[in-house]
Design a protein around this ligand. Structure first.
Ligand SMILES: Cc1ncc(COP(=O)(O)O)c(C=O)c1O
Length: 462
């Protein structure tokens, strides 16, 4: 037990405003307080151990307690704690930009740092608008994104987000964003209005990509600046792209001169076994947005990666990209990112994910024998498990059942069982898994066992 436990509980309830949190939950129970981490595990203030099945929040690629990363942060803070990138540079920002340019696919070689994912998304939209204004297409400003996709909470990023319940209370948001269907092939029949049943993934991928062309036509190609897509869409529970999807999206973007932004805030830095998710699926984005795993969470950092072509209009005379963040590319965060990427290389983290992802998938697929598990989907170390009321018909839960099952039972029961992960109903009800990339079969088995125990119980509640 933490020596200051009672004080921490009271102060948490009296003063700490937690994010996306129903505070009333803690009227009758303690706030879970996490005090330490080691490898793939975290420990609460009462000393109980949990498997970190979500990598914090899709962040902790290398797991917890890596002293090299803590040491890199301390050394940099001693050397130069802070200087902004506003007309000045510092060595780690320079070296990290060079390094990321080396990893990034194709011609992506210009790195604009931010302090997190939402800021990277904002930066990409602002760059898209500004680029077209400077290159003779000033009307191009609109953004297309996918239904149920999450792209952040700042007003621009939230406007791009495809989750109406997260947006309504903040309307009016930034205008000019439009949604197209996502690639949930499990629900292809509903998504395509009965046109396709998902048994032909290529046909479904073609259909889903073509919806982007239709949206561009509907809005007017002269007004559309960018399409924001995750390699694997997280919200809704891991929708990988069907075969051919991104190749067709690339064709559409080229045809209409629309920038393809790959929002890799989750999918970069090994989550899918590659530095960038675009590499895994073989497509070339015009911009990549990233954050989270770039430092494995040992310091906050984000980045927008663009090309010479997109930066060129800003390189002459009085022109500049009038955009920035005080802490974007912070010296400590960039030092940590360099040390993080050193470990990626020295310990062959990407290879580890590629070698073990098949085992992760097949271990999770064992859960398909449970009547409540409708679908297990994902790639790399990034999975969603969709829960259904009736497996045969794929019938999902109504609002009240979802509330009882996910909020009333699952999240807490999984945590009590020793698995930190997320039960999410932003689309159909899913359990999200994104463990540290150091995990192996022992961790997969542990996850499967804990999920099985809890999902067995959940099925009896219905
Ligand atoms: C795809 C995607 N984009 C953007 C964001 C926003 O990132 P942040 O919370 O760092 O602002 C997230 C956060 O999870 C995300 O998953």
């Amino acid at each position: 037990m933490h020596p200051d436990y009672d004080h921490l509980q009271k102060a948490a309830k009296d003063h700490l405003w937690m994010h996306f949190t129903r505070h009333s939950t803690y009227d009758t129970s303690d706030v879970p307080i996490i005090v330490r981490g080691e490898g793939a595990y975290i420990y609460d203030a009462q000393g109980k151990r949990y498997l970190d099945g979500l990598g914090g929040l899709f962040v902790s690629q290398l797991g917890h307690g890596r002293t090299e990363l803590a040491d890199a942060a301390a050394a940099q803070a001693k050397e130069l704690a802070f200087h902004p990138l506003w007309s000045y540079a510092h060595p780690n920002a320079i070296l990290l930009a060079e390094r990321i340019a080396g990893y990034a696919p194709g011609d992506l070689n210009r790195v604009f740092f931010s302090s997190g994912g939402g800021e990277s998304v904002e930066s990409a939209w602002k760059l898209a608008k500004n680029f077209f204004k400077l290159t003779g297409k000033p009307m191009k400003h609109k953004v297309i994104s996918r239904s149920i996709a999450y792209h952040g909470t700042t007003q621009g990023a939230l406007s791009i987000t495809g989750l109406p319940p997260l947006k309504q209370q903040f309307e009016p948001l930034v205008p000019s964003t439009f949604r197209v269907p996502n690639t949930n092939i499990y629900r292809a029949h509903e998504t395509t209005g009965g046109l396709l049943d998902g048994t032909d993934p290529e046909a479904f991928g073609r259909w889903a990509a073509d919806q982007i062309a239709i949206a561009i036509e509907n809005e007017g190609p002269d007004t559309v600046a960018a399409v924001f897509l995750e390699p694997v869409q997280n919200a809704g529970g891991c929708f990988p792209p069907p075969p051919g999807y991104f190749a067709r999206v690339r064709e559409i973007c080229d045809e209409y001169d629309v920038l393809l932004v790959s929002d890799e805030v989750i999918c970069a830095f090994g989550r899918l076994g590659h530095m960038f998710g675009a590499e895994r699926y073989g497509y070339q984005p015009d911009i990549i947005t990233c954050a989270k795993g770039i430092t494995s969470g040992y310091a906050p950092l984000g980045a927008m990666i663009a090309s010479d072509r997109l930066m060129e209009p800003f390189l002459h005379g009085a022109e500049s990209f009038a955009h920035g963040y005080t802490f974007g590319g912070h010296p400590v965060s960039t030092a940590v990112a360099m040390a993080n990427l050193d470990i990626f290389e020295n310990e062959h983290v990407l290879e580890h994910v590629r070698d073990h992802e098949g085992a992760f998938r097949s271990t999770l697929e064992r859960l398909l024998d449970l009547p409540i598990v409708g679908d297990v989907r994902g790639d790399g170390y990034f999975y969603g498990i969709e829960l259904v009321k009736d497996k045969g018909t794929k019938e999902t839960f109504d609002e009240a059942e979802s509330e009882k099952l996910l909020r009333g039972f699952l999240s807490k029961a999984l945590y009590d069982e020793g698995l930190y992960c997320r039960a999410d109903d932003r689309g159909d009800p899913v359990i999200q898994l994104s463990p540290p990339l150091i995990c192996d079969q022992t961790h997969f088995d542990e996850m499967e066992q804990m999920l099985r125990t809890v999902l067995d119980k959940a099925a009896t509640l219905l």
